[in-house]
Design a protein around this ligand. Structure first.
Ligand code: WT7
Length: 654
C-alpha cells in the first residue's frame, strides 16, 4: 500500500469531551444517537425510509426504499418524486420567508443579505430564463462562476427544472473547463465576466471563450453574470447577460417533480487516470444525507449562522453551502475572496461581523492562518462561534489544538468529517454533543453508515491500529450512482475487490483501541494538495502534452501547510536542461500545467534528468521518487535499477 501517513506520529491522544453546556442544547443527545444506531442496526431499510419521510417533502411518496437488484448500481426511493429546489426553498416560505438564507460578502467588503423569499424569486426568474433558452429536464448545464450568490441561484434553478448541473471550480483552466463540458455534452454554460480573488480578477469569461473556441460544440447558450465589470467579448446569438436573461421573467416557476433517482448534478473529480471522472449524484438520496448531516453533525438550529468556507466548485460547497443548509432552513455565509485579503484576519473579522456560530473549513486553511500567530484572531470577538469543523484531509494534532484553543476558546466541539465527492455527505465524524474527540481522528461512522477497515481478503481487521482498506459495506442514499457515461469505470474504480461487495473508498485507515477511525492516506495515485484532489497521472498527462517533454512522473511530498506538495520529475527532448536553462524550463512548465489544469496543479518543484528510475521490467519506481522528493535518505538498493545514474541527477546532485 502506498500513500502518505500523516497520522502515524500521534502527539495527542487525549479525549476531548463535549461541554455540558453544548450537550444540553444539542439536537442529538447520547440517547438519540443510541436509538438511531439501534434502528439502523435492526432494520437498515426501515431506518432510511423513516429518515426520508421525515426530512424530505415528497410530491409522490415512495413505497420502495432500496432497489439492489442491479447492485452495485443501487437505487433509493425509486417510485417517489420530489424536487430539490422546492425542498431547499419553497417549503420554508410559510414560516421563514423573511429569514436570511444567504449572507454574502465580496472580497471588497460588499455585503448582501438574501431572504428565503428573495432567493425563491431569484431562483424562479432564473429557472424561467433557462426554460426560455430551451433547457429541459436532463440537459447538462455547466456552471463556471465566482463564489457569489448567483452561483447558488444557478444551481438551484437547474434543480428546479430538473436540469443536471456540473459546477466547474473557477480556478480551473480553459482546458479543464473544455474537457468537462465535452464529457458532459453540456448545452449551456453559465459564467461571469470575472471574479475577484486575492486582489486579482479571475478572467472567467475569457477562459470560457477559450474553451468554447476550441470545441464544446454541444454548447448552445452562454449566460454571463456581470460581476467584476471588466470588458469582455459577448458573442451574438450565443451569449446573454444574466440581467437581460431574467429581466422579464416571472418570480413563479412551478418545480419539475423529478424521480428520486433522476440525477441532480455531476461533479468532476480526479482519479488515478489522466481524465477526471464525472461523479453522478441522485436527487432524493443525495438531498437526504445532505440534510441529516447538516442537522446531526453541524447541529443546525434556527438561530445559527453557518459558514462553510468551501467554494461551490467542490462537493463541500454543494452539500454544506448550496443544498444541505438551505434544505434545513439555515442562514449561510458565502465569501467570494481569499482568506488573506486584506490580511490573514479576514475569516475572523467576518466571523465577528456576521456572528457566525458554526465554522467549517479545511486543515490547510487552518495551518496557513495559524502561521500568522494568535494576535489576528485575538483581535476579534469570536464568542458567537459554538461549533467548528474540518474536512478534506487529516488534521495534524498541532493545527487541531490551535483551532481548539485560539478559535474555539476551548469550548467548541470540533467535528473532523471524513467523506468524499463520491459519498455525497459526511460519513465518519463525531456527533458534536455526544462523541468525545481525539485530535487527528474522524472518530466514528454515522448511523446508517456501515464503514470498516478490511484486509486484502476483505476481512475486518480486528487488531487495533493495524492499517487496511477503508470500505463501506452497505449502500447509502447519497452514494454516487455511476461515473457519467462510463458505467464500467464505476465498477472498476469503486468495486474492484472483495467480489464487488464493498465500496472501496481509496483511502487506507486504521481503527484504534476505541474503534476510532484514523485516515492514513490514499491507496491510489491521488494527491491531496490543500484539501483538493489531484491525480498524479492528470499532472503527468499535462506535462507530457508539452512539446518539450518526453516523459514525466509526479509524486507528492509532505508539505506543512498544503498537506502535500507536487514534485515532478521530467525528461526533456534533447539535452537535460541545467542551471538557468533548467530554471526557465521549470517556470515555463509550471505555467503550462497551470494553463492545462489550473493554478492548484502547478508543481512546487520540477527536476530534470536523462531518464526516470525504472526497474529492469520498465516500471517507474514511484516509491523511490517519493523518497527523493521528500529529500530522505535512500535506504533501498538502487543497483537493480536500469539506469542508476539518474538518481543523483534527480536528487539534484549531478
Ligand atoms: C478525499 C476525498 C469531502 C470533501 C472534501 C474532499 C480525504 C476528506 C478527510 C478527513 C482525512 C480526508 C480522503 C478522501 N479526506 N476528508 N476528515 N480526514 N482525510 O473531497 O476531493 O472527494 O476528496 O479527501 O483522502 O478520500 P474529495
Amino acid at each position: 500500500m502506498s500513500g502518505i501517513e500523516i497520522n502515524s506520529v500521534l502527539t495527542e491522544n487525549r479525549l476531548f469531551e463535549p461541554s455540558a453546556e453544548f450537550t444540553a442544547k444539542a439536537r442529538i443527545k447520547s440517547d438519540d444517537l443510541k436509538a438511531l444506531y439501534q434502528q439502523a442496526e435492526e432494520d437498515y431499510e426501515g431506518f432510511w425510509a423513516n429518515q426520508a419521510k421525515q426530512h424530505i417533502d415528497w410530491h409522490t411518496p415512495f413505497t420502495r426504499t432500496l432497489d439492489d437488484s442491479q447492485a452495485p448500481y443501487f437505487k433509493w426511493f425509486t417510485d417517489g418524486s420530489m424536487n430539490v429546489s422546492y425542498n431547499c426553498i419553497d417549503r420554508h416560505l410559510e414560516n421563514k420567508a423573511e429569514k436570511t438564507a444567504i449572507i454574502f460578502e465580496g472580497e471588497g467588503g460588499d455585503v448582501q443579505h438574501i431572504s428565503y423569499q428573495q432567493l425563491h424569486d431569484d431562483v424562479c426568474r432564473f429557472a424561467n430564463a433557462l426554460k426560455i433558452k430551451g433547457i429541459q429536464k436532463g440537459d447538462r448545464v455547466v456552471i463556471y462562476m465566482p463564489m457569489v450568490p448567483e452561483a447558488v441561484v444557478a444551481m438551484q434553478a437547474c434543480a428546479r427544472i430538473g436540469a443536471i448541473h456540473s459546477v466547474v471550480f473557477g480556478g480551473f483552466s480553459a482546458e479543464s473547463l473544455r474537457d468537462r463540458i465535452e464529457d458532459a455534452q453540456a448545452v449551456m454554460l453559465i459564467t461571469a465576466d470575472g471574479g475577484t480573488r486575492g486582489g486579482k480578477i479571475v478572467e472567467l469569461k475569457e477562459a470560457a471563450d477559450k474553451a468554447l473556441n476550441n470545441g464544446c460544440d454541444s454548447i448552445k447558450h452562454v449566460i454571463v453574470l456581470k460581476r467584476s465589470g471588466q470588458k469582455i467579448n459577448m458573442q451574438d446569438n450565443r451569449d446573454t447577460w444574466w440581467s437581460d436573461a431574467v429581466a422579464d421573467q416571472s418570480t413563479t416557476c412551478i418545480p419539475e417533480w423529478v424521480n428520486a433517482e433522476d440525477p441532480l448534478f455531476l461533479l468532476y473529480t480526479s482519479g488515478s487516470t489522466g481524465k477526471p471522472k464525472g461523479i453522478q449524484h441522485s436527487s432524493a438520496g443525495y438531498l437526504l444525507n445532505a440534510i441529516i448531516t447538516n442537522l446531526w453533525v453541524f447541529d443546525l438550529q434556527d438561530h445559527d449562522i453557518f459558514w462553510c468556507t468551501a467554494d461551490v466548485g467542490w462537493i463541500t460547497g454543494h452539500t454544506y453551502v448550496a443544498y444541505g443548509p438551505l434544505a434545513a432552513g439555515a442562514t449561510i455565509v458565502m465569501y467570494e475572496g481569499a482568506p488573506v485579503i486584506p490580511d490573514a484576519g479576514r475569516f475572523w473579522k467576518m466571523c465577528e461581523q456576521h456572528k457566525v456560530t458554526i465554522f467549517y473549513t479545511a486543515p490547510t486553511a487552518i495551518r496557513a492562518l495559524m502561521k500568522f500567530g494568535d494576535d489576528l484572531p485575538n483581535q476579534y470577538d469570536l464568542s458567537s462561534i459554538r461549533l467548528l469543523g474540518t474536512v478534506g484531509e487529516p488534521i495534524n494534532p498541532e493545527a487541531w489544538m490551535w483551532y481548539h484553543t485560539v478559535i474555539g476558546k476551548e469550548h467548541c466541539p470540533i467535528v473532523d468529517t471524513w467523506w468524499q465527492t463520491e459519498t455525497g455527505a459526511n460519513v465518519l465524524t463525531p456527533i458534536p454533543g455526544v462523541t468525545a474527540t481525539k485530535p487527528g481522528s474522524c472518530t466514528l461512522a454515522l448511523p446508517g453508515m456501515d464503514v470498516d477497515v478490511v484486509n486484502e481478503e476483505g476481512e475486518s481487521i480486528t487488531e487495533a491500529n493495524t492499517g487496511g482498506y477503508l470500505v463501506i459495506k452497505k449502500p447509502w442514499p447519497s452514494m454516487l450512482r455511476t461515473i457519467w457515461g462510463d458505467d464500467q469505470r464505476y465498477i472498476d474504480t469503486y468495486f474492484p475487490k472483495f467480489d464487488g461487495k464493498y465500496y472501496l473508498a481509496g483511502d487506507s485507515a486504521r481503527r484504534d483501541e476505541d474503534g476510532y477511525f484514523w485516515i492514513m492516506g490514499r491507496i491510489d495515485d491521488v494527491l491531496n494538495v490543500a484539501g483538493h484532489r489531484l491525480g498524479t497521472m492528470e499532472v503527468e498527462s499535462a506535462l507530457v502534452a508539452n512539446s518539450a517533454v518526453v516523459e514525466a512522473a509526479v509524486v507528492g511530498r509532505p508539505h506543512d501547510v498544503k498537506g502535500e506538495a507536487i514534485v515532478a520529475f521530467v525528461i526533456c527532448k534533447g539535452d537535460r536542461p541545467v542551471g538557468e536553462e533548467a530554471e526557465k524550463m521549470a517556470a515555463d512548465l509550471r505555467n503550462w500545467v497551470g494553463e492545462q489544469i489550473g493554478p492548484i496543479a502547478k508543481p512546487d518543484d520540477i527536476r530534470f534528468a536523462d531518464g526516470l528510475p525504472k526497474t529492469r521490467s520498465g516500471k517507474i519506481m514511484r516509491r523511490l521518487l517519493r523518497t527523493i522528493a521528500a529529500g530522505e535518505e535512500i535506504t533501498s538498493d538502487t543497483s537493480t535499477l536500469e539506469n542508476e545514474a539518474v538518481v543523483a541527477q534527480l536528487q539534484g546532485e549531478a
